[in-house]
Design a protein around this ligand. Structure first.
Ligand code: PLP
Length: 407
């Protein structure tokens, strides 16, 4: 008899975005004349930057000629991309990351979801609340939690991100073994200072813990004092892995390319407490289960680091940040406390009422789709997330409609 992994039964069946999609499609059916504006899901709307597109085409053409055709590439990614990443994303910041510490992949979702596989089943895990659901659900699937009760899984420690701590939780008094941090944050849009990250790095050293640092939204940071990488913090190489993505940086959500840094100094421990380096373990996992990102996609990603590519990708994030500023300012002027949106594409708005009720009200009265904060965790109740990923004219129109409803 083939038995299922019973941990899957613990998962919450209605994934946030499918519930939203269902509500939106019902609304569309009953209101066919209303034009819906989507500021919910975090998907980009602008096309690929020209530099990436040309490199993508070149890569495809090379695959069509015998002299330049390529079959399987290195599972960890081509050297040309790994070194461009090391130099441009890290060494430029003064962060010590080498090309062979970078593992190119098809998504930060997969990486942040898969990393837990190399750790024991009985580790103590800290996740933010509100949270990008992948960190939680992959640990549920792996059997590291109890059941879901009152909006939380038993066995996980929730790092509460609230107005009190400006949505940046400090390390707790208790020891944790694995901690997920995400800055700029999805969904709150919060950013962490160097001192705040340094407190986590110190905590990880003190408790022999590991930090999974998700920097998928790094390209939206404009404040020069904010860290772009956890490796700007001294001592982070031993205690942190970092995932980044070309999805939001360069409009690659449909193209698929990302990477994770596992420094050679990064360590965990075996059952007897002896140090085990994570780099060979992740290399083993990655090469066993993954066969590399396609060559044309890696060529397109490397074009991000050319002079033209840098300029064009900056324009992309500037555009979305312009939307974000409009959203934040308008919500504030309507009297709703709002954070994020300055170094992040998400605006976290305090609604003063139930998240789903507010979501339903904006959908039915303004035909604008947002994301109810409670879908990201208990601390998200009473908030909605508004995404800046849409065309400027749609954002402006959505804000006009919101003003009519709430003004
Ligand atoms: N990490 C965070 C915090 C995200 O919000 C997202 C996408 O929305 C991802 C990772 C996924 O990135 P990718 O498209 O590279 O899988």
């Amino acid at each position: 008899m083939i038995k299922i992994n019973s941990n899957y039964a613990k998962l919450q069946s209605s994934y946030l975005f499918s519930t939203i999609a269902k509500k939106v499609s019902e609304f569309e059916k009953t209101n066919p004349d209303k034009k819906i504006i989507r500021l919910g899901i975090g998907d980009v709307t602008l096309p690929l930057p020209g530099a990436c597109l040309s490199a993508f085409h070149e890569g495809v053409d090379e695959m069509g000629k015998a002299e330049t055709f390529r079959g399987y590439g290195p599972e960890q990614g081509y050297e040309f991309l790994r070194s461009a990443i090391a130099v441009n994303d890290f060494k430029r910041l003064g962060a010590d990351v080498e090309a062979d510490e970078i593992f190119v992949s098809d998504g930060a979702k997969c990486d942040t979801g898969n990393l837990q596989e190399i750790f024991a089943g009985d580790i103590a895990i800290g996740v933010p609340d509100p949270v990008y659901p992948v960190y939680v659900d992959t640990n549920v699937m792996a059997g590291r939690t109890g059941i879901f009760r009152d909006g939380r899984y038993e066995g996980l420690y929730y790092l509460e991100s609230t107005e009190k701590n400006k949505f940046v939780p400090a390390p707790p008094d208790r020891p944790l073994d694995l901690v997920y941090l995400c800055f700029p944050n999805n969904p709150t849009g919060a950013t962490a200072t160097k001192a705040e990250l340094a407190a986590w790095v110190e905590y990880a050293h003190r408790h022999k813990a590991l930090i999974i640092f998700d920097a998928a939204y790094e390209s939206f940071i404009r404040d020069k004092n904010l860290p772009r990488s956890i490796y700007e913090i001294p001592g982070a190489r031993e205690v942190a892995v970092e995932s980044r993505s070309f999805s939001k940086t360069a409009g690659f959500t449909g193209v698929r390319c990302a990477y994770t840094v596992v420094p050679k100094d990064c360590r965990a421990f075996d059952a007897a407490g002896n140090i085990e380096k994570l780099h060979p373990l992740w290399n083993r996992r990655h090469t066993t289960k993954f066969n590399g990102v396609s060559y044309p996609v890696q060529k397109a990603a490397a074009a991000v680091y050319t002079e033209e590519g840098r300029k064009q990708t900056r324009e992309l994030s500037d555009y979305y940040l312009g939307n974000a500023r409009l959203i934040r300012e308008n919500m504030l002027s309507l009297g709703f406390p709002a954070t994020g949106g300055d170094n992040s594409p998400y605006i976290w708005v305090r609604t003063g009422s139930d998240s789903w009720e507010f979501f339903d009200m904006l959908l039915s009265k303004a035909a604008v789709v947002t994301t109810p904060g409670s879908g990201f965790g208990r601390c998200g109740e009473g908030y909605i997330r508004i995404s800046a990923f849409n065309h400027r004219e749609k954002v402006v129109e959505a804000l006009e409609r919101i003003k009519q409803v709430l003004g």
